[in-house]
Design a protein around this ligand. Structure first.
Ligand SMILES: [Ca+2]
Length: 399
C-alpha cells in the first residue's frame, strides 16, 4: 500500500516528541530508491523515550536507514542533520536501537529505510539470514549430516542455469581478451544449459563476465590477488578469491543450498517432498516412494535427439526465491572443495568449504540422476577437470 502523506494519528506529548500514544509508534516508512514512499507494517518504531533512545525493526531489502527530524509535519521540512542520523548500515533483521539528542524545535522524528535496488534482469536476491543446512529427513548419506545452522550474507544468483547462449557470448569476448578455455561439447540448443565445462573454465568464465561488464573479478592466480585467473588450470584456494569483489563467482555450497531451499525449510525438494516429471527434468524410477512420477525413465519431453537430455533453462516452476532447475537438468558446480566431514566443523557464518581437497562440490542432480540424487541436501562432487554432459553451473554476485 502506498502512502504519500504522514499518518494522521500522531499527537503531542510533553517530552517534545510526537508519537501515537496508543501504539507508541512514530512516523516510519520506506523511502524507495526511486522516490516512492511505502508504508510497511513490519517496519516500525517500537520504542522511543525522552532520553532519545529509539528502537526500530529492520526491514528486508533495506541497504541503510536514516533518522530524520522536523519541527513540523509539513512536507519538505525533514532533515537527517544532527540530531538526526545520516546513515545507519542495515544488518538484515531484528531490532536496532540508536540514540538521538533531541533539542528545542526537534518535535518529530522518523526513520527512513533506503531500499536496495532490485537485482538485475535474470538474477534473484537471496537475503541475508540463517538457515538449516543438511539432511533433515534422516534418509541421506552420512556426508549430509549433521543438520547445522548456517548464516549466509545476502547475494544475488542467476535464476536459471547458464545457457549455451550466455556461455558463448562471454567466451567469445573472453578469448579476444586474453582468456583460454578447453574445447567442449556444444549445448543442445541456445536456450539449453551449457554443459561439458570443467570447473576451471567455469571459474575463468565468471572472471571474464566480470571484466566484460566492468566489474572487479573475484578469482586470482596469486594469494595477493593481483593477477586475474584467465588461463590454465589452477587449484585455487579460498585465499585466491577476492570475496569483497562485485564480480561474478560460483556459489559456495552453503549459498547454493540456501538458494535451493527457496526459503522453505526442511523440505526434500525446493518445492515440497515429492518429485515427478511435471516438476523437474530427472531420471524417474520406482525405487523411492517420494518419486511419484506417472512417467518413468528419462523425462518424456526431453529424451529426444540423442544425449544429453537437457531441457531449456527455466522449463519448470521456480522455487520460492524464483530460481529454476535447482533440482535436475544439469548438476551445478560450486566453489568449495568437497569435504566428507565438513558439516561437523564448518564455520557457522559464510562457510567457504575446506582449505584443500581433490574434488569440487556439485549440487542439484541432473537429467540423468534419480530422485535420491536430486534432493536439496544431496552432495555430489567431481575432480575439477571433469567434463560431463550432466554438469553446468549458475553464477552469483555479492549484494
Ligand atoms: Ca540444475
Amino acid at each position: 500500500m502506498l502512502h504519500s502523506r504522514v499518518p494522521k494519528t500522531f499527537s503531542p506529548q510533553t517530552t517534545g516528541f510526537q508519537r501515537n500514544k496508543k501504539t507508541g509508534i512514530l512516523m516510519i516508512w520506506l523511502q524507495w530508491a526511486l522516490g516512492a514512499v511505502l508504508w510497511a507494517d513490519e517496519f516500525a518504531i517500537t520504542h522511543f523515550d525522552a532520553s532519545g533512545r529509539l528502537t526500530f525493526t529492520e526491514v528486508s531489502g533495506a541497504a541503510s536507514y536514516r533518522v530524520e527530524w522536523s519541527a513540523t509535519l509539513a512536507p519538505g521540512s525533514w532533515t537527517s542533520e544532527p540530531p538526526g542520523i545520516d546513515s545507519i548500515p542495515a544488518e538484515g533483521s531484528g531490532e536496532r536501537t540508536v540514540t538521538v539528542a533531541p533539542g528545542a524545535g526537534t518535535s518529530f522524528f522518523r526513520v527512513v529505510a533506503v531500499m536496495q535496488p532490485p537485482p538485475p534482469e535474470g538474477f534473484a536476491l537471496i537475503t541475508e539470514g540463517l538457515f538449516q543446512m543438511g539432511d533433515f529427513l534422516g534418509e541421506g548419506e552420512e556426508v549430509e549430516k549433521p543438520v547445522h545452522p548456517v548464516s549466509v550474507s545476502a547475494f544475488i544468483v542467476q535464476t536459471k542455469e547458464t545457457t549455451e547462449r550466455e556461455w558463448d557470448e562471454v567466451r567469445t569476448w573472453a578469448t579476444a581478451h586474453g582468456y583460454q578455455f578447453n574445447d567442449r561439447a556444444p549445448g543442445k540448443g541456445q536456450g539449453h544449459p551449457a554443459h561439458s565445462i570443467n570447473w576451471y573454465d567455469v571459474i575463468k568464465w565468471c572472471n571474464a563476465r566480470s571484466e566484460k561488464e566492468g566489474l572487479t573479478p573475484c578469482y586470482y592466480t596469486d594469494a595477493a590477488r593481483t593477477i586475474p585467473f584467465r588461463t590454465g588450470e589452477l587449484d585455487l584456494t579460498n585465499d585466491h578469491v577476492l570475496w569483497t569483489a562485485n564480480g561474478y563467482r560460483l556459489p559456495t555450497e552453503a549459498e547454493w543450498e540456501k538458494a535451493a531451499r527457496g526459503g522453505a525449510p526442511g523440505l526434500r525438494y525446493p518445492w515440497g517432498n515429492t518429485i515427478s516429471h511435471p516438476q523437474a527434468n530427472y531420471l524417474s524410477d520406482s525405487n523411492y516412494a517420494h518419486d511419484t512420477s506417472a512417467t518413468r525413465g528419462y523425462h518424456p519431453s526431453f529424451a529426444t535427439g540423442g544425449y544429453p537430455y537437457t531441457s531449456p533453462a527455466g522449463s519448470f516452476s521456480p522455487d520460492g526465491y524464483g530460481l529454476y532447475d535447482m533440482a535436475g537438468s544439469v548438476l551445478e558446480w560450486c566453489w568449495d572443495w568437497y569435504g566428507d566431514t565438513y558439516y561437523s566443523n564448518a564455520p557457522a557464518s559464510d562457510p567457504l568449504g575446506p582449505a584443500s581437497g581433490s574434488v569440487r562440490v556439485l549440487r542439484g542432480g541432473s537429467w540423468n540422476a534419480d530422485a535420491f540424487l536430486c534432493r536439496v541436501a544431496h552432495r555430489n562432487r567431481s575432480h575439477p577437470t571433469g567434463r560431463y554432459t550432466t554438469i553446468g553451473f549458475r553464477a552469483v554476485r555479492r549484494r
